[in-house]
Design a protein. Sequence first.
Length: 97
Amino acid sequence: MAAATFGNLVKAVVDVERELVAVDAELHSDLEALLLKNGSKQKNLWGINLYPEMPGAEFIEFDSMINMRPSQGNRSRGVENEEIHKKIVEIVARRIK
């Protein structure tokens, strides 16, 4: 997937409530729209980038415009809440091999 789009990364959006991961689109917002259409709630969706060739913690990059939501206390493109951050890592570890 990475080679077909950005060369070294795959965009993904994680639904932390339903424990789903949508992958492989040009924009995180495309994956977000897909999940919203299929029953996810905005407050549970977080954008990440996956680097298939990178080991360990470097596999996931927390960087997406959809993550900027001051109303939830997240004022950056990352995921500032440690509990949500940890849950995303756990979901990705279970869903992406």
